[in-house]
Structure formats: C-alpha cells, structure tokens
Design a protein around this ligand. Sequence first.
Ligand code: ADP
Ligand code: MG
Length: 252
Amino acid sequence: METTTTNTDVVVIKDLHKDYYLGGEVITALDGVSLTVPSGAFVAIMGASGSGKTTLMHLIGGLDLPTQGAITVNEKAVDRLTDQERTLFRRRHLGIVFQTFNLLPTLTALENVMLPLLVDGRSAADARRRAEELLKTVNLEHRLKHRPDLMSGGEQQRVAIARALMNEPVLILADEPTGNLDPTASHQIWKLLRDLSCNTGTTVLMVTHESTAASYADCVHFIKAGRFTGTVEPKGCGDAALVANRYAELAD
Ligand SMILES: Nc1ncnc2c1ncn2[C@@H]1O[C@H](COP(=O)(O)OP(=O)(O)O)[C@@H](O)[C@H]1O
Ligand SMILES: [Mg+2]
C-alpha cells in the first residue's frame, strides 16, 4: 500500500514482515504491511482472529522484532533499539491497553494508576495528583480506593486506560480493549478512546475484530492474512454497518 509520510505522523511502518518459526514450520503473521498514523488520530485495524493484529501491536510496542521492514514511533526507529532501550521507550512514551486489563489485584484503582510514574522515580505526591485527575477523566473519581475485584470489567478497563495515560504517551496501543466487556461498557470505552483523540490530541491505535469498535475510529485499515486489504473512514461516527459493509465488499 502506498503511504504518505508527514512529520506529524506518530507511527510510520514500511513493508513489515513477521515470520514465526514453530517446529520446522514457518508461519507468516505479517506479509508486507505499511501504515502511517497521524498525530492525534484514532486509527483502527480490523481483521479476523489470526490475521496478524496482535503481532503488529507487539512490533509497534517494541515487544518483538520484525523479520523485515521498518517501524518508526515518534521518529524513533523502534526495531533498531536494544532490548533495554525498547523497554525504556515503551515505559516512557507508550500507553498499552490489553483485553485482560492487567491491573495488579492487591492495589487500589488509584495505586494501579500511580504505578507508572512511581516506577519512573517520580514523587508520590505528583503521581497521586495526576492519577486522581486521570481517574476523573475516565469518570471513576468515586472508585479511587476500590481494588480490581470490587470493580466491573468496564471500570477496570477505564482504570487501565487512566494508567496508560499516566506518562503522557505519544501513542496509546489498544489490543481488543473491549473483548471481555458487555455492549454498554464497550461503548463507553470506544467513546472514551474517541474523546481522548478528539479532545486531548492523544494518538490512539486500536486493533479489533468488531465493526462496531472500528466505527468509532477516524480511519479503519482492514487486515487479512497479514496484509492490508483496504480502508474506510467512519470519522468516529459509530456506524458499524458502514464498516461492516466495506469489510464484506473487500472480502468478495
Ligand atoms: N509466538 C508465535 N509463534 C508462532 N505463531 C504465532 C505466534 N504468535 C502468533 N502466531 C500466529 O501468527 C498469526 C497471527 O497471529 P496474531 O497476530 O495473534 O493474530 P490476531 O491478533 O489477529 O488474532 C496466527 O496464525 C498465529 O497463530
Ligand atoms: Mg490478537
């Protein structure tokens, strides 16, 4: 796919390939993917299970290395960093949101959100101030002292999003963030991600298999068997049919 690069692109990916080697077999998870994510945009990648979405997120997040191709995040060549540099880059500059929330069970909502700044050596007072502010942004100011097991799935995911925002990330990576949530909680999360992009200029890249989720994004790229097949621009309208129809058209 042809890509146009501007200096305001947060993510620039060129011809990315990823092969896994398993018991003498080669599994091609990504087969030549190119992508740009403009600063402040909410971009979704939609595809069926096994199409390569998580692999792509892992490569952008510096959790794994490509077989071929280049990945730049915030003008840093992620694939050329050492393991240690990638860990630091992830901690300082990225916010990652998983399907499974990944909160620490023995900590309160507030403590979970404070953690990224504490790990980075910032003062507890600073961390608390910012964590309280972000928990308010995700409408959880009344749940500061709750542990994860006392919160609903939707509330836990909003805590995880607040935590992901703590280090003022240049990019939020969300991998099937509503995979474990009911429809009402899911809509809250999609609106929250859209509002973060619209109102605060946070750049969000989300992968999903659901057309409803993708319809909240500005732009959707479809992925099939490790290749992009086309795009649609729902511009955050939340019209699932628009996305589903385009997906079906491309599958023909
Ligand atoms: N660590 C791994 N080793 C071998 N194969 C893998 C590994 N991770 C993913 N795969 C394979 O790569 C393909 C893409 O997987 P994945 O990126 O997880 O897809 P998705 O997130 O879209 O479901 C699948 O065929 C999957 O089985
Ligand atoms: Mg996945």
